[in-house]
Design a protein around this ligand. Structure first.
Ligand SMILES: [Fe+2]
Length: 192
């Protein structure tokens, strides 16, 4: 009898601190995103010369970072600005500037192939762009926000909803890109 494919296995959502099966709050959600992206960068390093695998991982990295940056900019940072008042403005300004450079590199990588010149270098620099802001958010920004009056549970719900919309849109885009690539390849084959 055929063994059921492991691909069918459902991903279980990470349990929150209380261990209850409730939705993660805003900070838990963002922290989980950070761990996901770190794990993807590690996977990329481990993929070494496997170009197909590298390209798949980079698509995942770009999607995860774009969606993460978007929910921070659209929902989390504005709420944090309100909650932290003067105490958080500089930190949040910096975070937005950091996102701008991150996004430009993500855009370059979205159109790149693993055999392109500087591909690996771009992934490495992207990882270097991500690491310090993650430390700053987790070490400085999040603890301040936890002490504020911000309703992190409600905010987390809003962010999770927006995140799934954005992830679905990103996956649709990736699918379209694949189709385009297949058509191009087929055309090239026909042309010889
Ligand atoms: Fe973040």
């Amino acid at each position: 009898m055929a063994r059921e494919s492991t691909k069918q296995e459902k991903k279980t959502p990470p349990a929150n601190k209380a261990g209850a099966n409730t939705a993660p709050d805003a900070i838990q959600l963002l922290t989980a995103d950070h761990r996901t992206v770190e794990a993807l960068f590690k996977k990329f390093e481990d993929a070494k010369d496997d170009d197909e695998r590298k390209s798949d991982i980079v698509i995942d990295i770009c999607d995860a970072l774009s969606v993460h940056a978007e929910i921070e900019e659209e929902i989390f940072y504005p709420a944090a600005r309100e909650a932290l008042k003067e105490d958080g403005q500089d930190m949040l300004d910096e975070a937005e500037v950091e996102h701008a450079s991150l996004k430009s590199l993500v855009e370059q990588l979205e159109d790149a192939e693993p055999d392109d010149e500087l591909y690996d270098a771009k992934v490495k620099v992207l990882c270097e762009y991500v690491t310090p802001p993650v430390k700053e958010e987790e070490g400085e920004m999040f603890p301040k926000i936890k002490k504020s009056k911000l309703d992190l549970t409600e905010l987390g719900g809003e962010m999770a909803k927006r995140k799934s919309e954005l992830m679905a849109a990103a996956e649709d885009d990736d699918g379209e890109d694949d189709e385009e690539e297949d058509t191009e390849e087929a055309e090239e084959e026909v042309a010889g």
